[in-house]
Design a protein around this ligand. Structure first.
Ligand code: NJP
Length: 243
């Protein structure tokens, strides 16, 4: 309630659902992504329902974009309580195909995007001696799936970085850190897979009842709404039907 929350990847899927949930619960949400139209539409929708939202167009791979979003947030709301590093990509491929440009993209967005976010908000949270950083990792940090070696590696990095961050920031600065690790969620992420063989292999998984973006939004809400003494380190959620 009344928290100021920066959410990356707010134009779609998990980020969008989380923005709607947190705004409904009283937070001021800062909607970050590259797709301006989607963000403006979401802001309108949130405001129509009585919520508070700000749009900050950003490419998470650009530290300057993050810095700008932070100053826009401070100008409008005066503080930053929560950062949700959610933006991510999953162009799956087999290593032997050497799709090195896609490897770079995943490393830039899924890992460096998270680091850029932390670097941008940390001065404010340190000064306040409070805050909460939530990083969206994946069940892929626990298990390999077809074509997912590089994607999994990025999500292991996010999970491990989150634990290091927690140990460094929580006891000293009162900044909580949570890694969210979902199994398959019904979002646009799967539509971006171009490799037919991999698509075929994952078809069964996606035909099962997957998680919904709202399920992840609820998990984030839970992590954010604990007493100060509690740090929720990880939330690992799988669809019931997925083995
Ligand atoms: O995917 P999708 P999800 N700069 O495609 C943004 C993880 N996850 O909601 O910039 C800034 O609907 C993009 O915005 P735009 C997954 O790894 C998912 O499923 O406008 N933003 C869009 O808002 C990811 O970390 C599943 O194109 C950038 C958003 O990212 C997170 O959940 C399972 C950007 C992607 O929305 C959200 O993904 C799992 C950039 N350079 C983990 N590049 C799952 N869906 O099954 C992309 O374990 N975005």
């Amino acid at each position: 309630k009344d928290k100021v929350v920066i959410i990356t990847g707010a134009s779609s899927g998990i980020g969008k659902a989380t923005a709607m949930k947190l705004a409904k619960e009283g937070a001021s949400v800062v909607l970050c992504a590259r797709s301006e139209d989607e963000l403006n539409q979401l802001k309108e929708k949130i405001e129509k329902n009585g919520g508070k939202a700000l749009v900050a167009i950003m490419d998470v791979t650009k530290p300057a974009d993050f810095k700008k979003a932070v100053s826009q947030t401070l100008d409008k709301y005066g503080s930053i309580d929560v950062l949700i590093n959610n933006a991510g990509l999953m162009p799956l491929s087999y290593i032997e195909k050497l799709k090195t440009e896609e490897w770079d993209k995943m490393i830039d967005v899924n890992i460096k995007g998270v680091l850029n976010g932390v670097a941008a908000v940390l001065p404010t949270m340190r000064k306040n001696k409070s805050g909460h950083i939530i990083n969206i990792s994946s069940s892929a940090a626990h298990r390999y799936f077809p074509g997912g070696a590089v994607y999994s590696a990025t999500k292991v990095a996010v999970k491990m970085f989150s634990e290091g961050l927690r140990q460094e920031l929580a006891p000293t600065f009162g900044i909580n850190v949570t890694s969210i690790e979902p199994g398959a969620v019904d979002t646009a992420l799967y539509e971006t897979i171009t490799d037919d063989d991999i698509k075929e292999k994952l078809k069964g998984m996606m035909e099962m009842t997957t998680l919904e973006s709202e399920d992840i939004a609820n998990a984030i809400f839970y992590a954010l709404n604990q007493p100060d003494r509690v740090n929720v380190n990880n939330i690992y959620l799988m669809p019931t039907e997925q083995g």
